[in-house]
Design a protein around this ligand. Structure first.
Ligand code: AP5
Length: 215
């Protein structure tokens, strides 16, 4: 059996990163995440493109989308090297979805549905390890020692775009740009909506079952 090609859709904080890691481990596929790739290249000089900000970091800290030219390039390179994948954080607008459709088929397109207030709680309470990338939450997923990563012992930090003001802007950008992407895939055989409000283990049961039914 060939490895599954999975697209995970959902608002900021819906649990895409959390569930993508599990999909990657369970099915042995690449985790392609534009957010992490862009964070690793936050200071890249994109001034020649003539947009409002000269680096990806400028767009990200404001909660806006990074230009398609930059993001599409990241995804093409990653797809070319992948034997099965889970895509997390892409596509985020219709232009990116059309770009993706021309390059690959998808076995499963899963939308994680979570209410807005829950999203705000999750994101403003998220803490991340700057060394190994592990995610925590001040209430739902605390490290053993307060403020310290269980995996590598580094001091946990808050993502710059996880302040309440920027989170609200990210949710606005999601409603405007990414809700149409969900409509674009809804109704296809690959599509399923998953209740994302249970515990990570409960959500994982539904995610795993939906992939196994489609792959
Ligand atoms: P990106 O890094 O992709 O962020 P996002 O989509 O806003 O998603 P998050 O990573 O914040 O949330 P998530 O859904 O992965 O949730 P997580 O599992 O971490 O993008 C950041 C920025 O990069 C964008 O704003 C944009 O500027 C740019 N960008 C990225 N892709 C782009 C693109 N394609 N085009 C243009 N620009 C792009 O969970 C969140 C928290 O909730 C954690 O604390 C976790 O522990 C907790 N949690 C998870 N699941 C549960 C659960 N079931 N119950 C309780 N808590 C839970």
């Amino acid at each position: 059996m060939s490895k599954p090609r999975v697209l995970l859709l959902g608002a900021p904080g819906a649990g895409k990163g959390t569930q993508s890691s599990r999909i990657s481990d369970e099915f042995g596929v690449d985790h392609i995440t534009t957010g992490d790739a862009l964070r690793a290249n936050k200071g890249m000089d994109i001034s020649e493109l003539g947009f409002e900000f000269d680096t990806p970091g400028g767009f990200m800290d404001a909660g806006e989308l990074v230009p398609d030219e930059v993001v599409n390039e990241i995804v093409v390179t990653a797809l070319d090297n992948a034997d099965g994948f889970v895509l997390d954080g892409y596509p985020r607008n219709i232009e990116q979805a059309e770009f993706l459709d021309e390059r690959t088929d998808l076995d499963a397109v899963l939308r994680l549905a979570v209410s807005e207030e829950e999203l705000v709680d999750r994101l403003t309470g998220r803490r991340v390890c700057p060394e190994c990338g592990e995610n925590y939450h001040v209430e739902f997923d605390q490290p053993e020692e307060s403020g310290v990563c269980d995996e590598c012992g580094a001091e946990l930090t808050q993502r710059e775009d996880d302040t309440e003001e920027t989170v609200r802007e990210r949710l606005r950008v999601f409603a405007e740009n990414t809700e149409p992407v969900i409509d674009h895939y809804a109704g296809t055989e690959a599509y399923a909506e998953i209740d994302g409000e249970g515990t990570p283990d409960e959500v994982w049961e539904d995610v795993q079952e939906a992939i196994e039914q489609r792959a």
